[in-house]
Design a protein around this ligand. Structure first.
Ligand SMILES: N[C@@H](CCC(=O)N[C@@H](CS)C(=O)NCC(=O)O)C(=O)O
Length: 362
């Protein structure tokens, strides 16, 4: 066994993000699937709740949250950093992470649970009951999977919104394919943080899940090829595009992402502020603070107002707020081009942090 252990799974959204990064960075690690024994002996006692991925360091420290896992390897003067060091590309990276981590959960969960349900139970069963028969694995997988299936209604995935989720996803595949006609990675000829974030939704659910993956390979082969390259840790030798520029082919993706996600984030932020007004200072923050109306692909519904999304948003806002005036000007022109002007004045108050592997007020 090598120094680092990644408790993660091929079926898990955020494990793919961590795995792609660790491979790209050249970190030696062993990945261990979260069997019930591992959950009991490693994850619950150290993290406090059942979640993956978790990285165990050679010193026996436990890191949860993919942003913290990546940050563990990225020193401030790291010449080999995954994060662009120029301000606008960094800002765009955080916006892409916000979209990939917190909004692409809609297509990922919709396609998994409405098009791959029986197949994914068998897959979950391989971890839950590695020595069982196929039937035993299916039943064990169903027990594990039902917890995740339970998140489907909270994500606003209903018969009414499903056609909109599919329409938005088809548009995303077309837009990303057009981008990949010009560049092999999101921000250049080198893979970077945004690519690892995008692997969250795109690998486990949209590429690896049987029916959705077949669809991607058939209708968006460039995206499938991109997923294969990023999950393999390729893209080390190229360059980010120069002069802190943002590829114009990313603008359609960000325009739709912000048009659909910003109203939910704005409403969630207001609900969070109302909740915080009467909460104990510095206390833990609940995962949800109500419901928000949303529209995707022209279909409307209600989605849980998830506070964790505000932490990812806070990273983007911080990057903008510390910019030099000339960089801010460029960021403002960029935001005007993608309909993101609301971000200019948005603040997360009280600020959010993570404490004991949970979301908390600073
Ligand atoms: N923000 C976390 C999200 C981790 C996460 O949601 N992991 C999923 C599996 S991909 C999970 O275990 N969820 C359990 C839960 O949310 O209760 C990260 O980036 O690591």
């Amino acid at each position: 066994m090598t120094g680092y252990t990644l408790y993660g799974s091929e079926m898990s959204y955020f494990s793919g993000k961590a795995r792609a990064y660790l491979r790209w960075k050249g970190i030696e690690f062993t990945e261990i699937a979260p069997s019930p024994e591992i959950m009991k002996s490693e994850i619950l006692p150290h993290i406090g709740w059942p979640v993956i991925p978790v990285l165990k360091t050679p010193d026996g420290a436990y890191i949860q949250d993919t942003a913290d896992i990546i940050a563990h390897f990225e020193g401030p003067s790291d010449a080999d950093s995954a994060m662009p060091d120029s301000p606008l590309q960094k800002f765009v990276t955080y916006l892409l992470q916000l979209f990939a981590d917190e909004w692409m959960t809609l297509p990922a969960m919709h396609y998994r649970w409405n098009h791959n349900e029986n197949w994914i139970y068998g897959e979950f069963g391989k971890n839950a009951a590695p020595d069982g028969t196929l039937e035993e694995q299916y039943e064990a997988g169903k027990a594990v999977g039902s917890r995740f299936k339970g998140f489907v209604p909270m994500l606003g995935i209903t018969p009414e919104t499903a056609p909109g989720i599919e329409k938005a996803y088809e548009q995303f595949l077309a837009d990303l394919s057009a981008h990949l006609d010009k560049l092999p990675y999101l921000l250049g000829t080198r893979a970077s943080y945004a690519d690892f974030a995008m692997i969250g939704p795109l690998y486990a659910h949209q590429y690896r899940d049987k029916f959705t993956g077949d669809h991607m390979k058939r209708t968006a082969p460039k995206v499938a090829d991109y997923v294969e390259r990023v999950i393999a840790g390729e893209g080390r030798d190229g360059e980010l595009i120069p002069l802190d520029d943002v590829p114009v082919t990313l603008l359609p993706i960000l325009r739709v992402a912000l048009a659909e996600h910003l109203p939910v984030l704005t409403n969630t932020n207001e609900q969070y502020r109302t909740w915080a007004a009467t909460a104990e200072p510095h206390s833990e923050v609940p995962r949800g603070v109500g419901m928000s109306p949303f529209t995707t692909g022209g279909h409307s519904g209600e989605i849980a107002s998830r506070t964790f999304s505000l932490l990812r948003l806070q990273d983007a806002l911080d990057t903008y707020q510390i910019m030099m005036p000339s960089d801010r000007k460029r960021a403002e022109a960029f935001l005007a081009a993608v309909g993101g002007e609301a971000l200019l004045t948005m603040r997360i108050e009280p600020r959010l942090t993570r404490r004991n592997y949970k979301l908390a007020m600073v």
